[in-house]
Design a protein around this ligand. Structure first.
Ligand SMILES: O=C1O[C@H](COP(=O)(O)O)[C@@H](O)[C@H](O)[C@H]1O
Length: 290
């Protein structure tokens, strides 16, 4: 299947359009299947999309003069999902104490999630955060290095179990995972996606849905990540990329995607795809046009 690319003059317009489309997909999935789920990514563009989504939700809610209701129309062209039926997951997370500003979930919390829970009826139980280093899978406070390996392994198993607990009723490509209507992924200048880094075992791992990463070249070193196999169950997979520092990686990955001999260990982003669509959301700089 050929990838589609959408180009934008800048990151803000990319984020606004992606947020708009994400809302539409979630609303359609709730209408058609009674449930929807999205996998969030960290990073500047991933968090920018959540901020844009929050703005859309607030504007639509203000325009309607009331809180959201299932399937209701809000604003001229924005249809809200019933948030009580939407589940949110993460593609990767930094294994740090809860509340650490470097955690992807903390950035998402501030950009969007607090508002969805307090104002728009999303149950906190629908927000599936990856475990934190000081949580049940950790060892109280931030574990010492010697304990860390065991803690992060337990955390990866815990998230895999949580995913399996929400697995699709009618098992599709992977009975251990929910239906992911949309998986969003940033792409690093080194072509990493989620926390699957070139040169580490992550991109080549098979048979698991979640892995622990103990030596990420991008700080912090301890991370959790969905695997290639898990990401590839997405109905739609979106690469969301902005900035000139990504242009070389984007070009190389897009070339590698057309090459059957691609080395997954060198170009992790080249081996992930959506089942029905793979879409590149790019600003001009990331597309190499500046
Ligand atoms: O560390 C991470 O980086 C990537 C890319 O972030 P960006 O700021 O360069 O767009 C992100 O997708 C990933 O979730 C995060 O953990």
């Amino acid at each position: 299947m050929t990838d589609e690319a959408r180009l934008f003059s800048d990151r803000d317009s990319l984020c606004r359009d992606a947020a708009h489309e994400l809302l539409r997909i979630l609303a359609d999935a709730v209408r058609d299947r009674g449930a929807a789920s999205a996998v969030l990514t960290g990073g500047g563009t991933g968090t920018g999309i959540l901020t844009a989504l929050s703005d859309l939700v607030s504007a639509a809610s203000d325009a309607s003069g009331s809180l959201d209701s299932p399937g209701g129309l809000r604003g001229p062209d924005v249809r809200m999902p019933d948030w009580s039926r939407v589940h949110l997951w993460w593609g990767d997370e930094r294994f740090l104490p809860a509340g650490d500003p470097d955690r992807n979930e903390q950035q998402a919390e501030e950009a969007l999630l607090r508002g969805l829970v307090t104002l728009h009826g999303m149950p906190s139980a629908n927000i599936h955060r990856m475990p934190a280093a000081d949580g049940a899978a950790g060892a109280g406070a931030m574990p010492a290095d010697a304990q860390m390996t065991g803690s992060i392994m337990t955390a990866a198993e815990a998230y895999a179990s949580e995913l399996a607990g929400h697995a699709r009723v009618d098992p599709g490509p992977d009975g251990r995972l929910p239906v992911f209507d949309v998986v969003m992924l940033g792409v690093g200048p080194d072509a990493h996606v989620a926390s699957l880094f070139p040169g580490l075992p992550g991109p080549l791992t098979r048979g698991e849905t979640v892995i622990a990463v103990e030596d990420s070249p991008k700080p912090p070193p301890w991370r959790l990540s969905l695997t290639v196999e898990a990401l590839n169950t997405a109905e739609r997979l979106w690469f969301v990329v902005a900035g000139a520092d990504k242009a070389e990686a984007v070009a190389a990955v897009r070339r590698a995607r057309d090459d059957e001999t691609t080395d997954a260990a060198r170009w992790p982003a080249s081996v992930v795809s959506g089942r029905h669509a793979t879409l590149w959301w790019l600003d001009g700089a990331a597309a190499g046009q500046d």
